[in-house]
Ligand binder design. Structure first.
Ligand code: GRF
Length: 197
């Protein structure tokens, strides 16, 4: 390894987080890395101009990029923003759109997602938020959990990196199950990301 490579290796990784909703995971990840030198959250990107994640990003003083469907699927704008900001690693945290091929190819094995159930079950298009928890309860499952996986051009089909489980009891509602799953997410997502950087 030459001096330039050594220097780059020791610098914090530059991370971008994509989120479409509340952004509690995005905030949790940002707070985790604020106290560490392994990575910095350089950007938060969203497709929803009224998403609560924007307010969280503002409080955390993280720049936000808002883009629309045309920018994302018919231009290279978002890819160029990632490249200009020297992004090394991409985290999806409640981001609901498929990542287009120009980004998955450029960031091969450098994009991860978290899914609020034990894939390969309860995944795919339309399976997000409380829809997932409702289906898990309707199916009479006694366990659910989280899946952290690499991202490719299909919903929830990239290689699985990590899973953690929680119990589903007879009295669980989609809301109570969502709470249990969120706890698993907060506890594990930042740590797993750190091992992948
Ligand atoms: C999380 O449950 C995550 O698993 C899923 O979307 C939800 C996002 O929640 N992909 P939040 O916006 O981080 O609060």
């Amino acid at each position: 390894m030459n001096n330039f490579e050594k220097k780059k290796k020791n610098q914090p990784k530059r991370m971008a987080i994509f989120a479409s909703g509340s952004g509690s995971n995005a905030e949790n990840i940002a707070r985790y890395f604020k106290e560490r030198s392994s990575a910095i959250i350089s950007l938060i990107l969203t497709n929803k101009s009224d998403a609560f994640v924007i307010q969280r990003a503002n409080s955390l003083k993280i720049p936000v990029i808002i883009f629309n469907r045309d920018d994302f699927y018919n231009t290279s704008k978002v890819l160029h923003i990632l490249i200009e900001n020297k992004i090394d690693f991409i985290v999806l945290a409640g981001f609901l759109w498929l990542i287009p091929g120009n980004i998955t190819r450029t960031f091969n094995n450098k994009i991860v997602n978290i899914h609020p159930a034990l894939l390969p079950e309860f995944g795919g298009k339309g399976m997000f938020g409380d829809h997932v928890h409702k289906k898990v309860i309707e199916a009479g499952k006694t366990e659910s959990g989280i899946t952290i996986h690499y991202v490719n051009e299909k919903y929830d089909e990239g290689n699985i990196i990590f899973q953690a489980k929680c119990e589903v009891t007879k009295s669980d509602t989609p809301e109570s199950l969502a709470n249990k799953v969120h706890q698993l997410e907060y506890e594990n997502y930042p740590k797993i990301i750190e091992t992948l950087l």
